[in-house]
Every structure is written in structure tokens, then in C-alpha cells.
Ligand binder design. Sequence first.
Ligand SMILES: [Zn+2]
Ligand SMILES: [Zn+2]
Length: 782
Amino acid sequence: MSRQADRLLERILAGSAAEDSPVTHHSRIPARHGRTEPWPDWAPAEVIEAIQRGGIPHPWAHQRQAADLAWSGRHVVLATGTASGKSLGYQLPALSALCGDDSGTDRAGTVLYLAPTKALAADQLRAITGLGLGPVRAATYDGDTPRTERDWVRAHANWVFTNPDMLHFGLLAGHSRWQRLLRGLRYIVVDECHTYRGVFGSHVALLLRRLRRIAEHYGAEPVFVLASATMADAAEFATRLTGEACEEVTEDASPRGARTVVLWEPPLQPEITGENGAPIRRSAGAEAARVLTDLVTEGARTLVFVRSRRGAELTALTAGRALAEVDPDLADQVAAYRGGLLGEERRDLEARLMDGRLCGVATTNALELGVDISGLDAAVLAGYPGTLASFWQQAGRAGRAGAESLVVYIARDDPLDTYLVHHPEALLERSFESAVLDPGNPHVMAPHLVCAAAELPLRAGELARFGESTRVLLDDLTAEGTLRRRSSGWYWTSLRHPHEQVGIRGSGGEQITVVEGDTARVLGTVDPATACSTVHPGAVYLHQGVSYVVDDLDLERCLAFVHPEDPEWNTSARTVTDITVVEESTREVAGGISMALGRVAVTEQVVGYLRKLPSGEVLDQVPLDLPEQTLETRAVWYSINEDLLNGRAPGGAWLEPARVPGALHAAEHAAIGLLPLFATCDRWDIGGVSTALHADTGEATVFVHDGHPGGAGFADRGYATLIPWLAATREAIAYCECPAGCPSCVQSPKCGNGNEPLDKAGAVAVLDIVLGAVRRDEKARA
Ligand SMILES: [Zn+2]
Ligand SMILES: [Zn+2]
């Protein structure tokens, strides 16, 4: 008997000849049976009955375990797969705290729930109110909550659903008005906590420390209950995020259908050439639209994940057109699920997909997707979503009990995707990376200390909560007059709250506001560190799928003026970059290779931009005159002894001196592309500089640095995994079948130098020299 997944796979491969099949790997993950537990004795009968009425006869073992820990007062993180019912893990203790009267007194407990997006908070609120439990007065408090309703929430709600932004600007800034909620606070639920990584994660970590401090001030001792996608070291991550020792529950006891996973590399298109004549692959989006068409024709309910909103719409549109040719009725069975949809429209779309009225939906990677979609026949991932956790979260949308589902991962044109489709073990057998964040970054911490002092004067005895460097930072803030030191602690001196000046999503410094010139409508903000390269005059700026062109960038007033325009090209900035080592924190030398980590200053000047067609073809280069910008951040770097590069030292290789810059530059690009495999970052969160002779190291050097002031922990993680990272980088380059470098290996979409010079073979030689020297050194020591 042919399994459903095999039949679907046969169908999507029907178009390609066996010898040039795009499939690089194909494997099957067996089904898993579920394991339940009885309801806990401590949960009130009315709570259990309400949950049972909602269709849950018994909790899965992991739900019960997390709920028990939380109920006993232990901070806990529940990190299990998609659709494993993580919500029940916090709902059970939270509802019991609100409804239960186990002590015979009304303890008037309250719960605060934090989600990274408004949509998710709204979904969770709906689930709670749907239970119809009398004592539960649940409400959202976010940017959309009307003024009049806010008063009600403050006065009466005992379960408040909000997000980090409102916690910062609303709840903490005006905490005295939230006394009732804060005094009774039993649980702080942090949902989808794996999304709090990098600079944003560091901000949230400090927000949670501020929240617990204020709650303690009102006499509460709230317990943190965190829910996360599967990740390595969940307890350690949760502890770093909350500042409190957390326990973890990671064994998923929910049932799962068998899955067939297929890795797919689109073919090179010999007739089209990109930058510097490089060959280009068929785009993952176009390939996904084709696969979606075939799957819908077979009646398989499919979700396609695409990187951008525009891409999602294009994929749905392309598939719809192709289906119309097969059968006009089928064309209406595909849709795009995009941001900006109203709650009602979103739920309608989810419902139509779940009951089969819709067969295929294309969506972005973001968390915009509601919690209710799972159990589909197929999931198609157009491009690696950045982390293994997201990969499995998306793949996990497919898989109905009893039926075998299909997961197709289509590589995009970049080195990380290339590496993964050729190294299935790195995708299918590796344990998940834990999220990287660094709440100790002084650039992030200082503004939070100011806010904390404004909320309540900071006492010397409570500084440990914020981390080691707190005291030094407070002294600096006092010296510059931001805070005032008195014998009882540190005080904020102004009447106005500092909160509005502190953005919790940026990396510090005043954000550049993007304004539509004609209407004065504010479209969004851009980090000051990247403004010159993203909103320079002439840049094409995308906002919620709409295209704008920048007319003027006013750095003094922090404004960028744009007008709507959708030219056929996109733009990429040309920059001149310089890097200096400010302080080396650690360094290791092995067989002529130096590897180091430390603080650096990156000076960058945008000198012009390229206009490129979507095919990658370059139209022209336009010069610009913009000021230099300096970024103080952290970097990891390695440098190579000259004798190794010219083959005089054993294990070296003769690399013509003229080739060295291109070889290092190519190795740098690919390394930036591969770091997200080891640190939970995006290649846009990091940058690099390479040079054949660096003044500070005196050798050929490749630097990879964090893209935010003070760093977000990515360079540190890179240093900790330097050798496996460089080994994967070498493999990604060597495995690409292009002759001399392409976007799948050494070309970078964000290169400030127009991807020149690049030497693909030279990069492999350089990495072989580095890895060989380090391995020989290890052997010699062993
Ligand atoms: Zn290539
Ligand atoms: Zn470059």
C-alpha cells in the first residue's frame, strides 16, 4: 500500500527527471504515541470540568508536570513541540489560582500573561473566556484597548493579557495605578519565550526583572511559567531571561503522526546571471508555488511558509493562476495569510483551512499565525526560518494522527540553506540551539536602570538582580547627572517618566522615524546604526508589503522622508568599513592561527548604492555623500600567520598574495551566513570585515561582529563554537556546485563592497589552512 506522503512526493517530483531531481535527502520520522496523566487533586472541579468540556479529557504528562511545578511555587519553562498543548501547562495553575478557594479565604490572586504579538494574546484571551468560568475576569491590555476599557482592566481584571511594550510603557511606568493587579500577582506567564532573543530578548529580560521587583514591592511573589518551542538548555535560558532559577519540562508526551521530510535544492538557471556574472538558482518562492499547486491538485491541505509578506501573496497568486488552468474551482482554494488582517478575517481563514474549504495557504514565517492551525497534510518551508525551533514549529503544523504527513524544505539562495540541504543531520538530528541574549550589555541595561529608578528608587541591596555591572553603570549615570545618589539609594530626578525615551525593540540611540512626505504619515522606525544603509536617499524601503523610495535622510532630526513608489529594482548600499580592536577579552593561538574575542569599533561610511533587478542583474551604481558612523560592539576574529598563507610553514598552502583579499572576503561572507546555525541570530544581525593585513593583529584577519552597540551575545557564541562554525562554513562553500561563487555560497546580499573581490576556491583553501592548523595543534597536545 502506498502511503499518502509517498503519493504526494511522487506527484511533486513528476516534473523533474530522475538525474536532476531537486531532492537532496528524504527520510521518515515514525509516529509517537501519547501519554496522559490524571487531573491533579489541587485543581478545582469547576476548572477541570470547563477544560474537559473544551475537548480535553486528560492532560498529557508534560502538561501535568509543568502545572504541578508551577502550582508548588517553582518557576518553570515548558519547552515542547508545536500543537503539544503547552497552554494547558499554565492555564491549569492560573485558572486554579483565580477560581480556587482551597484555603477557604478569597485570596484574590491575579495573573499577567505576556505574548510577543497582539494576535497571540488575543487568541489566548479567547480560549480563556471561552471556558466560561465565573470568577475569571480576563482582558487584554494593549495598544488597541480603548481608554475607557483600560480603567475597567485596572480596576477589575484578574487575568491581564499584554505584551512587553505595554508592560514597559503602561504597566511599569504607571505601576501605582496597577497596585491591585500587582499585589495579587500569582503567575507571570511568558508565552513563546524563545522569541525573546538578541537585543529584544535582552530588553525583555530586564523588563521581567523590573516587573518582579515592583510586584515584590507590593508584597507579591509571582511565579514565572514560560512556554517555549523545543530548545536546548531550556532551564538555563529561562533562568537568564527571568533572572530567577527555573526548572524545565521538555519531554513531549503528546501523540504525533509519522512524517516524511524532504530536503529540496532548486536547480541553477543557466540562462540568467546575477552579480559579477554568477549563476542564480530558481527562487525558493517560485519553487514553493509550484509544489503548492501540485499538492492542492492532490487535495492535500498545505501550509507554505515564505520569508516576506509580499512573497506569501506572490506564492498564493502564482499557485492560484496555475490551478485555474487545471480546474477553475481549485483556484479559490488557495489564499495568502498576511499581517494586517483583522482578527475576524484571520480566524475565518484559519477555520476554512481547518475544515477543508481552503486547501492551501501561504504565510510569512512570523508568529502571525494563530495557534489553532495544525494537523495538515503537508508543510512547505521556502527557506530556513532561522532557527531549528522555528523549523520544527513550522514543520509541526503538518501531521494528523493516523495519517502520514509531508514536510518539504526548499533551500533559498544562501550559504546556510545550501549547507542544510546537503547536511540533513544538521537539520534532523541536531539538538536545538538555545536562544542567545545578553541582559548584561551596558547599552541595553543603562536605560532600564534609569526606568527602574524612576519606578522606585534603587536600593544598594537589590542591585544583584540586574547583574554584575549594575554598580559601575549607576555610578556613570550619577556622574552624568541622569540619576542622583542619596544615602538610601539612586533616584530619578525629573518629574517626567523616562520610559518614552527607551525603545525596547531597538539597540539604543534615537530611532530614525520614516515619514511619508506628502501625508506626514509615520510608517515606522529604523535603528540609527543601520539608517545610512537602509534609508539613504534613493533607497527602496518596504513597509508592510508596500514599496516606498527615500527622498531625504535627515540625521540631525532623525527623520527619513519617503514617497510611495514601486520601481522594478531594489537597492543595496555600498560602504567603506574599517575596524579597530578596542580591547581583546580572550585569545587562543593554535599552530599559527590566532582566535580572539573582544570589543571593537566598526567605522562605516555609505558611499553609494547599487540598483539591482529582482533577477540579481545590476543596473548601475549611484554615489552618495553621507557621514561616517561608528559602532562599538563585540567581535570574534581569527588571523593567519603569513608563513601558513604562503606555504612556508608546514600545513600551509601557497595562496598567491593577490588572491588573499578575495579568499578572506569570501570566507567572511560564508561565515556570516552560517553563524545562525550556532547562534540564534539572523545574518542581518551581524556584520564582518576581512583584510589581508590588519593593523591591530599584524596578520591576515577575518572579523565577524555583532550589529548592535555593545553586542547581543552573537560574537561570544561564535567564539565558543568557532571550529564547528568554520568547518560548516567550509562545507557550505565546497558543496555549492557553482563554478566561482554565487549567492548560495560566498556572495552576500548585504555586502557593502558589491561582492568584490570574492575568491571561492581561495576561501576553501584559507579555511582548510585554519582548520588543519587547529586540528594538528589539538593532536600535538593530546
Ligand atoms: Zn555557489
Ligand atoms: Zn562583502
